[in-house]
Design a protein around this ligand. Structure first.
Ligand code: TXA
Ligand code: MG
Length: 353
């Protein structure tokens, strides 16, 4: 896989690959995406193929930011919004676009069915990354882009992660450096009656949405609306478990002490006290990471996926995740990812000792 430089020539090369119906890795402020021209069904099908993604899981369409074009006009070719829905969309988009917020809106009939998995809705987002915005403007049309990982695996937040996931399957990745947010976009559905429902927690906290439009319902879990929200997602290959509480407060280590070298992830705080507790419980800690020693949620989000990847590649044969102290702000999305990353049942061939 070639690494394209984030300058004029690299962007021009990326545009010509996309026009040619090819698929490339590209940076966004959330995670790296795997992009193709939204209007070319053959190119879109290559995205599903490269990711090994089931065709029932629809893609997000990414649009360019062009001043003074309004958000409503930016999605005019993709979505038909009635008056109430348009107002809600417009209020939120004005505040959060370009940025880590995706809208699920009633779709326009000219979008290929493959993009929306045949649903009556389409997911749209205006990413906030200067390189990708330059690319979108030069390309001159919308791009589909799911996260650039193999289906169900850890999302990439650096170009080298895209190479590790998809080398040999796509020709190039546009290098935009490490992602600023580190978690996927928040997804909301705007109903015809103007209701706003949260389908996936992400880079824009729920409270920030509510400050603009009032109460946001939790709309997760319906098969039609969030088909990609399978419980086993973002998963390391190493067996992983989420602890029921802070490490210091775990009463029964029985379900978590498997006698194998363990890797530990803390969301906040120092590692030393955690290591001490674990070693007095007889666990052999061979790898440990704190996402933010100082308790900064944005820093924790930014480091989450790279840390999961490092733990997965490290010496540990078993991973333990300590839950965040609460689920406020970005911590809701971090906990959502940790729950999914540890959703697969932990099965060992047999006891070691
Ligand atoms: O931050 C992001 O959103 C990244 C970057 C690359 O933009 N993209 C991303 O795409 O996370 P992906 O495909 O990994 O996740 C998109 C999610 C999937 O769970 C999919 O099922 C859901 O969006 N989705 C797409 N279209 C939908 C629709 N019409 N209705 C409901 N959910 C939809
Ligand atoms: Mg994904």
């Amino acid at each position: 896989m070639r690494r394209l430089e984030p300058h004029r020539q690299g962007i021009t090369e990326a545009v010509s690959l996309l026009r040619d119906g090819q698929v490339i890795g590209l940076p966004t402020e959330t995670v790296y995406g795997l992009a193709a021209c939204a209007g070319q069904p053959a190119a879109v099908s290559l995205v599903f193929l490269a990711k090994d993604r089931p065709a029932f899981d629809p893609l997000i369409v990414h649009v360019a930011h062009r001043t003074p074009t309004s958000a409503v006009d930016s999605v005019a070719d993709l979505s038909r919004l009635d008056t109430v829905g348009r107002e809600r969309f417009s209020d939120l988009a004005q505040t959060f676009w370009p940025g880590p917020l995706t809208f699920v809106l009633p779709r326009h009939s000219n979008i290929p069915d493959l993009v929306t998995a045949g649903l009556p809705t389409v997911a749209v987002r205006m990413p906030d990354h200067p390189v990708t915005q330059a690319l979108l403007r030069e390309f001159g049309g919308p791009l589909v882009a799911p996260s650039a990982n193999r289906f169900g695996r850890i999302s990439p937040t650096r170009p080298e992660h895209v190479i590790a996931e998809l080398d040999g399957k796509v020709p190039a990745v546009l290098d935009g450096g490490p992602c600023r947010v580190g978690l996927e976009s928040t997804i909301v559905a705007i109903g015809a009656d103007g209701t706003v429902r949260l389908l996936r927690p992400g880079g824009v906290p729920r409270a920030s949405l509510e400050a603009v439009v009032g109460p946001v319902e939790h709309g997760q879990g319906t098969a039609i609306e969030a088909p990609g929200q399978t419980p086993e997602h973002y998963a390391p290959g190493t067996p992983s478990q989420l602890l029921p509480s802070a490490i210091e407060d775990v009463q029964d280590w029985g379900p978590f002490a498997h006698g194998r070298p363990v890797g530990v992830l803390r969301v906040f705080g120092d590692l030393d006290p955690a290591r001490q507790v674990l070693s007095t419980r007889g666990l052999q800690v061979v790898d440990a990471h704190s996402l933010s020693v100082g308790g900064d949620a944005a820093e924790a989000a930014q480091r989450l996926f790279a840390t999961l990847r490092a733990l997965d590649e490290g010496p540990a044969e078993h991973l333990l995740f300590e839950p965040a102290p609460n689920e406020d702000g970005l911590l809701l999305a971090i906990m959502d990812r940790l729950r999914r990353a540890s959703a697969r049942a932990v099965v060992f061939a047999g006891p070691r000792e």
